[in-house]
Design a protein around this ligand. Structure first.
Ligand code: GAP
Length: 549
């Protein structure tokens, strides 16, 4: 099934058995089995060695819960962000993007509820002061669900389970609540409290009135934001999965409460299949590991009509997320939505559907989808005294909000784990990155460092750079080593200048995924690479195939 959104053609992998053929006829192989060959250690080793990530302040011993993006990581992240922007902002009729300040006055976070409710349960060791997230401790040490339990419930479990400090075996204190926001002070006078924003969403709510007016917006309309958020996590962990500073991409979609089921454009995604673990499944299969329960599969349309998803606005975003994640190369079976249980639902939400990805360490939330109702606008209106309403027909209304909230670092990590390959044919590991997000699109090599090959290769490389390709030039070491280095960071194509180039002005192009090679005239190289990168031609048809045996 092909769906066109935001200028992209999406080949939706239909996961229902009876429709499987339809998906495969498009010549796509996205439905390959989910085999995760990477794990946290190998992915992080690769990321640090090849410049995807750099531990923040590494030369001073590092800063827990913070990473800098290195050159390759930065390029990969930017491409993911750009793909998201194209799909969720520019490809939409009615979504506006803003870029708000990351420091917000206390009043904003009081009104939003974060100052009082944005907390995690923490427990510390009486002897060595080590702190733990109490719910995580219960999950890890007692194998019980800890999220959503009250501090006293967690305390009882910890005492009954006889848990002690992991580090020094010391006795643990009582569980207490800890606010996750970073607090600061504005200016030189103490008491002018502000916080680093814990989510990008709040600027959208406080800017609502001006955005609506300046853009002459009519319901439904959305406001998007991409930027940093900060949470003073008790135990940051799993590399870039739980950080203290991270990036979010959020849309607040403002919709009249009575029109949540009339979302314009829904028909474009109505047939997109989505996989959802329902609340009922989780309650019925409570004892089972999450991965053992097969999610319900339904199209977006069916999910709403069967009452699995409460409205079409929310279903619209879930369907678009399916397209986004498949477009990033995450296999369809490696992600699903989970309807969060009431005890896990954030304070501002009347219902959450988390998109979870299967990682080597289990299923983990990567996108939160919330029906925030009119909670935020009403509260900001009450606390600020400003009317945050909008004209809708004859009435002034406070719209409801549906919010998809994406974590950039988790998405990038999911891409890395799911594209990591280690197979028998190659002696090295490689990344099967979706071409649209590969940090480097093409590497240009001289076969040898003599006979004018470097000069010719460098000229081709410069030409490709000037034509806006993400290209690199590399002439060090043997050609096999250069291919290995390129594969390791997922470069889709390598173009090599050799003796023949000086006879017929052609170069070889090597395909990362198959390691096959074709010969292409230099004057057609740019056009051929463009078509290959946009999947407009098959590799075998892009030039004269050559045998590499
Ligand atoms: N505005 C709603 C909101 O912030 P959330 O579920 O708390 O919802 C959304 O966060 C996404 O942000 C998560 O799904 C996750 O991908 C990312 N995220 C949240 N906390 C994070 C952390 N400490 N480190 C890295 N990413 C995080």
């Amino acid at each position: 099934m092909v769906i066109e959104i935001g200028g992209y053609n999406f080949y939706v992998v239909v996961i229902f058995v009876e429709k499987k053929k339809e998906g495969l006829e498009q010549g796509q192989s996205l439905s390959e089995e989910v085999v995760i060959k990477g794990n946290l250690n190998v992915i992080m080793e690769l990321c640090l060695r090849r410049g995807f990530l750099i531990p923040t302040a590494e030369i001073y011993g590092g800063l827990a819960g913070a990473f800098d993006w290195g050159p390759l990581g930065c390029s990969l992240k930017n491409k993911v962000v750009e793909f998201w922007r194209k799909l969720f902002v520019r490809g939409e009729d009615n979504v506006f993007e803003i870029d708000g300040a990351t420091v917000l006055p206390e009043a904003v976070l009081k009104a939003s509820g974060h100052a009082d409710h944005f907390t995690d349960p923490v427990i510390s060791c009486k002897k060595c002061d080590e702190s733990y997230r109490a719910d995580h401790l219960v999950e890890e040490k007692l194998g019980m669900k800890g999220e959503g339990l009250s501090p006293s419930e967690l305390n009882d479990l910890i005492v009954e389970g006889g848990l002690r400090c992991d580090k020094c075996e010391g006795e643990l204190e009582e569980v207490r609540v800890f606010n996750l926001m970073f607090k600061t002070n504005i200016g030189s006078i103490e008491g002018n409290v502000a916080y680093l924003r814990p989510e990008t969403a709040q600027s959208i709510f406080i800017d609502f009135k001006r955005i609506a007016r300046s853009m002459r917006a009519k319901l439904p309309f959305g406001v998007a934001q991409i930027g940093h958020s900060y949470r003073n996590e008790i135990s940051p962990r799993q590399a870039i999965i739980r950080l203290r500073e991270f990036s979010q991409m959020e849309v607040e979609m403002f919709v009249h409460e009575d029109e949540l089921n009339d979302f314009p454009g829904f028909e474009r995604v109505a047939n997109v299949p989505i996989r959802i673990l329902t609340r009922e499944q989780q309650q019925e299969e409570g004892g089972k590991d999450e991965g053992e329960v097969e999610p319900v599969e339904a199209t977006a349309e069916e999910a709403v009509s069967r009452g699995i998803v409460p409205n079409k606005t929310l279903a619209y975003f879930l369907a678009k997320e399916v397209l986004f994640f498949e477009g990033l190369g995450i296999p369809p079976k490696a992600f699903k939505f989970r309807h969060m249980l009431p005890s896990e639902t954030p304070h501002y939400s009347s219902g959450n559907f988390d998109l979870e990805v299967l990682f080597s360490f289990g299923w983990t939330e990567v996108v939160g989808n919330a029906h925030r109702t009119d909670y935020d606008l009403s509260n900001h209106s009450k606390f600020s005294g400003e009317k945050l309403k909008i004209q809708h027909g004859k009435d002034m209304v406070t719209p409801h909000v549906v919010e998809p909230s994406f974590g950039v670092e988790r998405i990038v990590y999911a891409i890395l784990e799911h594209s990591y390959r280690k197979d028998g044919e190659r002696k090295w590991t490689w990344l099967k990155l979706a071409k649209r997000i590969a940090p480097v699109q093409v590497a240009v090599y001289p076969l040898l460092k003599r006979e004018q090959m470097p000069e010719k290769a460098y000229k081709i490389y410069r030409y490709l750079k000037d034509e806006d390709f993400d290209a690199i030039y590399d002439d060090s070491g043997q050609i096999g080593r250069r291919y290995a280095r390129a594969d390791e960071i997922g470069i889709p194509y390598c173009a090599t200048v050799d003796h023949e180039t000086f006879e017929d002005d052609t170069v070889t192009i090597r395909d990362r995924d198959t390691t096959r090679q074709v010969r292409v005239p230099v004057k057609e190289l740019q056009e051929v690479l463009k078509k290959l990168l946009n999947d407009e031609i098959k590799f075998e048809e892009s030039g004269n195939p050559i045998s590499t045996k």
